[in-house]
Design a protein around this ligand. Structure first.
Ligand code: SF4
Length: 329
């Protein structure tokens, strides 16, 4: 019996080096999804432009870096289509066409629009591009007729908007697009070394490119249970940042560590050392692969070219169909 896999689209903005939060929160998940779904993973450079438009040259250099990160973290171009958003100009055309039928109020009420405008105070985000960013996201998804989109809770309103736009398009011009559904990722959230959200702007991240010395230094700075002042004080792993990492990177020993912390049979120094070993076990092969790829940029460029070809094939078909349905022949 012929069985067609569901299609997934996801992307990352090239705005800086990837950190462990990206690795466990997205890339690791993408690798698993690649076996089950027909996956399209993109470097979302136009999305980066919506907030970084004052320094676009920086984005250009990060595109290459992010593409290298995709491959060195283990995304397999044989299993997934890996591409750069701006290589497929059809995303822009579909965004423009969808813009004609999308009421302004739908975009204005997306909660992240107001929130981000308030949070990113050092940037002027009163732009048409920033307001229209969820529309571009809709085009990214439906141009491949992706029916599954990995999302976090905070992105559900974007997906709801995409579904509304699809319904409106289908109502006006005839049913064509599938309403995408969210794949609520089980991805764990990793705090930064200071306990806040891991972010480049908070300077609290462990990066995939960090050397073992840098990683150890950062782990040593991590906030632990404040009640554990002396070695023989009993601790509470549930309030400790180091432990939230152990839960992710040291799954087979996490219970033992929690018990050791509660009974003071292990000290924070040993606990941190164990964590370092696990993180380095994970990152060493990633860094090794990255070095190999950097010495073989022809291969990396070829992967990008092949991804472009595959993505373009589908995107061009969608645009042809949209022209036909809208009577734009
Ligand atoms: S022993 Fe480990 S889990 Fe417990 S407080 Fe220290 S660093 Fe945290």
């Amino acid at each position: 019996m012929h069985y067609e896999k569901k299609r997934v689209l996801s992307g990352m903005r090239p705005t800086g080096p990837l950190h462990l939060g990206h690795y466990v929160g997205a890339l690791d998940n993408w690798k698993k999804m690649a076996d089950e779904y027909d996956c399209y993973f993109m470097v979302a450079d136009w999305h980066a432009l919506t907030t970084e438009y004052e320094e676009p040259a920086r984005i250009s250099s990060w595109i290459k870096e992010l593409f290298l990160d995709f491959l060195s973290a283990g995304l397999d171009p044989e299993k997934s289509v890996l591409f750069v958003q701006s290589d497929i100009k059809e995303h822009a055309e579909l965004t423009l066409l969808l813009g004609m039928l999308t009421p302004l109020s739908w975009l204005e009420r997306v909660p992240t629009y107001k929130e981000q405008k308030q949070q990113l105070v050092n940037k002027d985000l009163s732009t048409y591009g920033f307001l229209g960013y969820p529309l571009l996201q809709t085009a990214d998804i439906i141009i491949y007729n992706a029916d599954r989109v990995p999302v976090g809770q905070d992105q559900l309103p974007h997906l709801e908007l995409a579904r509304e736009i699809v319904r409106r398009f289908n109502y006006l011009y005839g049913t064509y697009f599938t309403e995408p559904e969210g794949l609520l990722s089980p991805a764990p959230k990793l705090p930064g070394i200071d306990g806040r959200k891991m972010s480049k702007s908070y300077d609290n991240a462990i990066y995939l490119k960090d050397s073992p010395e840098e990683i150890m230094k950062k782990i040593n700075q991590m906030v632990t249970d404040p009640a554990r002042v002396r070695r023989n004080d009993k601790g509470h792993p549930e309030v400790c940042s180091v432990y939230s990492y152990q839960e992710i990177f040291n799954t087979d020993q996490k219970e033992e560590i929690a018990e050791g912390c509660r009974t003071a049979s292990i000290g924070c120094r040993d606990c941190k050392k164990q964590l370092f070993e696990r993180i380095w076990q994970e990152l060493e092969p990633v860094q090794k692969k990255r070095k190999e790829l950097q010495n073989n940029m022809d291969f990396v460029n070829e992967v990008r070219e092949q991804g472009k070809k595959k993505a373009l094939q589908r995107a061009e078909k969608t645009i042809r169909d949209v022209h036909r349905l809208m009577g734009l022949l």
